[in-house]
Every structure is written in C-alpha cells, then in structure tokens.
Design a binder for this molecule. Structure first.
Ligand SMILES: [Zn+2]
Length: 158
C-alpha cells in the first residue's frame, strides 16, 4: 500500500528562502551542519512560511539537533507570535538524506511536519529544493521521502 504523506502546499517567501540558505552555508563553511527552522501559519491545506529561526542547537557526532533549551525558547517565541513550527532544514557534509538520528531527533512530530536535508553543507547555490532530500512526517515514527515531482508541486517560492 502506498502511504500518502500529509504534507500540504508550502508557500515560502524568496527572502526567507535565501536567508535560510545563507545561514546554512555559513555553518557549512566552518564544516558544521547547520539547522534552521521555518515557522508560519496554516490555512486549509496550505502552510505559509513567515520567518526562519536559527535555534540553539547541540552538535553530536558531526550532526546537529535543537537543544532542549532551544526547544523551550522556540515554544515561547512561537506562542507569543502566534506561529507554528512547520519545517526544519539541516545540512549534511555530503550528498545523502536522513540518518537514523535525524528520524529520532526531529524538532517536531506533528503530522505533515517537513524535514529537509541540504547536501554538501549547502555550498552550492539553491534556487529551489530540487537537489534536497525532503521528508514528511506520517506518524508512528515514520517519515516519507517526497519524490522530486511532489517537491516541485508542493513547495512554492514566491
Ligand atoms: Zn542529518
């Protein structure tokens, strides 16, 4: 049976997209994985990105994840601004997708939450997500990788 991922359409302002990748690239220049969160609102089947957040992170075995302090700050910040956490992006040193740790230590496990892995420390120029690994959380600890077609259809940079 095919599991369809409950990822809705994502609307990403170009400015947020570019600043996100600038941030990831900066970490990559120092050979650290970078982590950036996309926050915003939802309306019917649309996720509208309003801003990006660089959380307090822990670095482990060459990887990165949000720290518990970072999680607390984020929750307070989001509730004050009436925004929700919609997606996370992090980089890998080379060209591969989710690691086991990535599946176990995401910043959210809301259905439809999206995790994006940017290859090669984000050192290449990205104008869309076509060379990234994109996963939607489908529940029960499982992530579903989106096809290139699904990514192109669902993520609109405006
Ligand atoms: Zn990773």
């Amino acid at each position: 049976m095919r599991i369809s991922t409950p990822v809705s359409k994502f609307i990403i302002p170009l400015d947020v997209f570019e600043r996100t990748f600038d941030e990831l690239r900066k970490w990559g220049e120092k050979e650290f994985e970078g982590l950036v969160l996309w926050v915003g609102t939802t309306a019917r089947s649309k996720a509208i990105i309003k801003d990006f957040v660089v959380p307090e992170a822990d670095f482990w075995g060459g990887g990165v994840r949000i720290s518990s302090g970072g999680m607390l700050k984020l929750a307070e910040d989001l509730s004050q601004r009436n925004l929700i956490l919609l997606a996370q992006l992090h980089t890998h040193a080379s060209d591969f997708g989710h690691s086991y740790g990535d599946e176990q230590h995401a910043a959210s496990y809301r259905l439809g939450y999206v995790s994006i892995v940017v290859p090669n420390f984000a050192q290449e120029k990205h104008t869309d997500l076509s060379s990234c690994y994109v996963y939607g959380y489908v529940g029960n600890g499982k992530w579903n990788q989106l096809t290139k077609n699904q990514v192109a259809r669902r993520f609109k940079i405006t």
